[in-house]
Design a protein around this ligand. Structure first.
Ligand code: DAK
Length: 259
């Protein structure tokens, strides 16, 4: 697959999507968003891939939506650009495989929002996060007003969005925006270790767990418990459940097939 603004590589069961416009700090224009979408579609359709990792080329993860691209847009074009980004980010969020953002540098505006569309984030110690939109006279538009408060709480999200402050990786760790901070030259190895650990488990169970958490967060606890019970029940129709429990009882490692 030929993609001009994105690299897509496979390393065993992991797909690594690298946003690759380093001269513009990987800023997202429409073509880049469309390339990300094609790459995510390819990952969704590839039975050999269990985990998606998203990172950026050079010193940025993604420095936001492309300001030069957006500046001349009409209201209707702006709406279309907004809907494109929301569609791509939602596709990542709903992907039936876990996704990890390997945040190697600036994750600002749409870049922070792209990282938040992933299931969780692991940052290098060089990473920086922020929602600088109000400084440009716009609101966060790719989920910043929705995903950030769900992740870090209302007050912290409001402060970050209202002030447009840029925070470093350790502050992002402190407020729960990222799960780990590692040295820059160890980032990809660390992320791959976590991804491989996930890939070694029963993939139907991982997928159902992701869906249950995502759906449960949008609903009340009673409905959430029903979603959980349905997911749990469904596992008993899988070969992975038979294998996982048999392997435990036989004191051996399970050999999951994802079926
Ligand atoms: N867009 C376009 N170009 C960018 C860019 C961006 N977001 N960020 C950096 N670049 C370009 C710079 O213009 C520069 O290009 P040249 O001058 O070399 O041609 C090159 O990348 C290198 O950047 P700097 O020279 O500025 O590098 P520094 O290390 O000095 O500074 C920085 C790094 C990340 C602090 C700085 O580049 C910066 O502040 N960048 C802008 C960050 C920003 O404000 N990002 C948020 C963008 S707003 C919507 C939904 C979502 C959105 C919009 C609409 N709808 C629903 C409609 C999202 C909005 C955003 O993300």
């Amino acid at each position: 697959m030929e993609l001009a603004n994105v690299l897509l590589e496979k390393d065993g069961k992991i797909a690594i999507l690298t946003v690759n416009r380093p001269k513009a700090l990987n800023a997202l224009n429409a073509d880049t968003l469309l390339d990300i979408e094609k790459a995510v579609d390819a990952v969704a359709a590839d039975p050999e891939v269990s985990v998606l990792v998203i990172t950026g080329a050079g010193k940025a993860f993604v420095a936001g939506a492309d300001i030069a691209f957006m500046q001349p847009l009409s209201a209707m074009e702006g709406r279309e650009f907004g809907m494109l980004g929301q569609r791509v980010f939602r596709k990542i969020e709903l992907l039936e495989k876990p996704s990890i953002a390997a945040v190697n540098g600036f994750a600002l505006g749409g870049g922070c929002e792209l990282a938040m569309a992933c299931d969780f984030r692991i940052a290098s110690d060089a990473a920086k996060f922020g929602q600088p939109e109000v400084g440009l006279g716009i609101t966060p538009g790719y989920g910043g007003t929705q995903r950030l408060p769900r992740l870090v709480g209302e007050g912290m999200a409001k402060e970050l969005c209202f002030t447009a402050d840029i925070i470093d990786a350790n502050e992002a760790l402190r407020i729960g925006l990222v799960n780990h901070v590692v040295a820059a030259d160890e980032l990809m190895d660390f992320v791959k270790k976590v991804a491989n650990k996930i890939a070694s488990k029963g993939q139907v169970a991982v997928r159902l767990t992701k869906a249950a958490i995502n759906e449960g967060l949008q609903t009340d606890i009673d409905r959430g418990m029903t979603i959980e019970a349905e997911a749990f029940g469904l596992c008993f129709a899988t070969a992975d459940q038979k294998e996982g429990m048999a392997a435990f009882l036989e004191k051996r490692k399970p050999e999951f097939t994802g079926k």
